[in-house]
Design a binder for this molecule. Structure first.
Ligand code: MG
Length: 189
């Protein structure tokens, strides 16, 4: 049997994979929306979508940015978005979620990795995402400083089943593959 890898060896792995998942309840959009109020304007990867309902959340509720942030942190074995940006911290109330993704991206680079590719699935009953997918890809790629050809966003309906199918929630899955930079030491951020 080969010896078990040490912490150091595993940090120096050429490839690391991470998974991220997020779900937000959707409620009628309330312009006064805050932590304890109704839905915020529906945004995915920073792109505003026309919708009578939006996510309830402490930050701006951008479930796509949240799932990708968790996928990157997961790949680095650096806990999760809630640990980094607690929802009982006032400064995160209504915060633009691009901040979370940028911090995760900074950590990826700090650990000596680059994003090889990211694949996401957004499960949302309405509106349909097709017309917005290119803008979402571009937005994610720009936030990470990578080409849009490394990012994919897929939209799925939940076929009327359960809360998501009834338009009462949005769900996002994301996977990210990180590739170690050729001359990186693999030091943690
Ligand atoms: Mg979230």
């Amino acid at each position: 049997m080969p010896p078990a890898p040490t912490d150091h060896a595993s940090r120096n792995a050429d490839l690391r994979i991470g998974h991220g998942y997020d779900l937000h309840r959707l409620e009628p959009v309330d312009p006064r929306a805050g932590s304890n109020r109704g839905g915020r304007v529906l945004k995915l990867a920073g792109i505003e979508l026309e919708s009578p309902v939006g996510p309830v959340g402490h930050s701006d509720g951008d479930a796509l940015f949240h799932a990708i942030t968790d996928a990157l942190l997961g790949a680095l074995a650096m806990e999760d978005i809630g640990t980094l940006f607690p929802d009982d911290d006032e400064s995160n109330d209504g915060r633009d979620s691009i901040d979370f993704l940028r911090e995760a991206s900074r950590r990826v680079k700090g650990a000596g990795y680059e994003v090889a590719n990211i694949d996401c699935t957004v499960i949302l009953e309405r509106p349909r995402l097709k017309a917005h997918r290119a803008a979402m890809r571009d937005s994610i790629a720009a936030a990470l400083g990578i080409g849009a050809d490394r990012v994919n966003v897929k939209g799925k309906s939940h076929e009327g089943v359960d809360a998501i199918g009834e338009g009462r929630a949005i769900e996002v899955h994301a996977v990210a593959l990180l590739k170690r930079l050729p001359d990186a030491e693999g030091a943690p951020a």
